[in-house]
Design a protein around this ligand. Sequence first.
Ligand code: FUB
Length: 323
Amino acid sequence: MKQNEPLVTHIYTADPSAHVFDGKIYVYPSHDLEHDGEDNDDGDEYQMEDYHILSMDDLDSPCVDNGEALNMRDIPWVSKQMWAPDCVCKDGVYYLYFPARDMDGRFHLGVATSDSPVGPFKPEPDYIKGSFSIDPAVLIDDDGEAYCYFGGLWGGQLEKWQTGEFIADPAPIPADAAALGPRVAKLNPDMKSFAEDPKQIVILDENGEPIKAGDEDRRYFEGPWMHKYNGKYYLSYSTGTTHYLVYAVGDAPEGPFTYKGRILEPVIGWTTHHSIVEYKGKWYLFYHDSSLSGGINHRRCVKYRELKYNPDGTIITMKPYED
Ligand code: FUB
């Protein structure tokens, strides 16, 4: 598949979590649906109902849609909005993590399992106890510990869970207060439950101060991803309202992390969401934009491009429509 072009065009896809399993590339995206509903700050336009897993034998091969892997009709706790998923493999079992709204309209994280990377996936009957908000990304660290990163502002409801309890109408966070961070929780060895209450991740600026809520070019909004490069932990994420993909670096999986810079300048469409994966000694950014639909925010397409580091470990900022 060519870089910077849609991996598939027969369906709309977004929020790509890319992984290499047994030498092949698998992409776990959201499946955007076509409708003419209005956009709003709650993300009601993102009305996804199922997941299709994409795969490529290698980066030169065609991208295959492996069909429906999981549908919300088969998940007892879900009412709507199957948003950005992720998948990891442990001991031959594939664990698909996904956010969705429960019957009260609250986002939680669910998990489903399969013996194949492309499913079909069998969902657990209830959401992960203690989970909330959206955009799970799971890292299995070199010591075998698994960490689930998650959280998203606005439609992702992270503001409503500041106390650990759901508050329907929380007070706005002052611009000069510390920004909300993504959450992280260790997973139990069963990979289906949290081993602890989720913790808030702190993202610091160059002076060691927490990034402020009003610093919209750098503060966390949604779409966390964790990868390791030269022994350091890279937390990357979307800044939402300012449409950047950015990153912060730390020495431990739960942080703290220090903001380092931009990965990708804004794409066509409101949302930005990504993953970073190593394949055959090179690094790749998987991302989405709305180019396939001519700019309709909720009809997106997944793409990839090579990502490069400077010798000091910083990431070279990319412009989405330049090679
Ligand atoms: O695709 C629905 C939501 O839009 C995702 O959960 C966010 O990360 C944003 O891409």
